[in-house]
Design a binder for this molecule. Structure first.
Ligand SMILES: C[S@@+](CC[C@H](N)C(=O)[O-])C[C@H]1O[C@@H](n2cnc3c(N)ncnc32)[C@H](O)[C@@H]1O
Length: 274
């Protein structure tokens, strides 16, 4: 999946739906990341306003949470590939400083600034954790924090099984799903730990969050997976969002209602001297 395709999907399909947050996975996960920051007392112990850089900031949901917790003690910076997502963030946070670019260039922006806290939330499916880690390290103050969260390949076991269903693959003319070549996300918690520690971070808090998902029918699944952004590249690749009424009827009979769960690693790590 090219960066241009991802950028188009966020600008044209996802940005206008993102904050609806079907099934509340984004909101509930960001609440947990904010809770890790509260427990670590990062906001209370800061001597001056905390410079926070949210990379792959989306519509600014996380920065808005921090500002709700600490008001003007937060100086917000953001980066995102999608101008439309950034426009939504500006509506929440008018004094935000933001740039449009890939997270792979996170170290090239706001050159005069170092940060007390950098967040990268739900973007390690687009830019690998191993690419993000040294760049996050280079832009943090000594002792600064990285709030990392992202899905692992253990997410959506039932949807993965459905995608590998023989009849479905025949219907959509698709080969077997090969997660290792199609998804950049880490395999599991251990892989996240290893990459953070190898890059000079000490994990202070971590949680594996497995929120339940329930799809009554294909339309509810598309609200989540296509318009909500969770699986847009996969759905677009097979044209599921444009399926005929007959195909939807068949899918509803064969696969829905469906229960599943997400799998998200939520880590708060601190930069230590190498
Ligand atoms: C799933 S959303 C997460 C948004 C936000 N971090 C949150 O937790 O709500 C992914 C975001 O990453 C952005 N994105 C995708 N690929 C990117 C890339 N290569 N570099 C920077 N941002 C990217 C998208 O535009 C989108 O805003």
């Amino acid at each position: 999946m090219t960066t241009d395709t991802i950028q188009r999907q966020y600008n044209e399909v996802i940005a206008s739906h993102y904050d609806l947050d079907p099934q509340s996975v984004t909101g509930d996960t960001l609440d947990r990341a904010a809770e890790q920051i509260r427990k670590q007392q990062i906001l209370e112990l800061a001597a001056a306003p905390l410079c926070v850089y949210d990379v792959g900031m989306g519509t600014g949901m996380f920065l808005a949470r921090l500002i709700a917790m600490a008001g003007d003690q937060i100086q917000p910076f953001g980066l995102d590939l999608s101008q439309k997502m950034i426009d939504c963030a500006y509506r929440k946070i008018p004094h935000l400083a933001a740039a449009v670019d890939t997270a792979a260039n996170l170290d090239a922006h706001f050159p005069e600034q170092t940060f007390d806290l950098i967040s990268t939330h739900f973007i390690s499916g687009f830019v690998p954790l191993s690419v993000l880690a040294p760049k996050v390290w280079s832009r943090l103050e000594e002792g600064g924090y990285w709030s990392y969260l992202g899905a692992t390949k253990q997410a959506y076991p039932n949807l993965q099984a459905a995608a590998n269903n023989r009849f479905l693959r025949w219907m959509f003319g698709r080969p077997k799903l090969d997660l290792d070549s199609s998804v950049q996300s880490p395999a599991n918690r251990q892989e996240v730990f290893d990459i953070l520690e190898r890059n000079g971070f000490v994990v202070r808090q971590c949680e594996t969050f497995q929120p339940k998902l329930h799809f009554r029918d294909i339309d509810e699944f598309l609200d989540f997976g296509y318009y909500g952004g969770w699986l847009t590249p996969f759905i677009e690749a097979v044209g599921l969002h444009r399926a005929s009424a007959f195909t939807r009827f068949l899918l509803n009979r064969m696969f829905f209602p469906m229960d599943d769960h997400h799998c998200v690693e939520i880590h708060l790590a601190q930069k230590v001297a190498r």
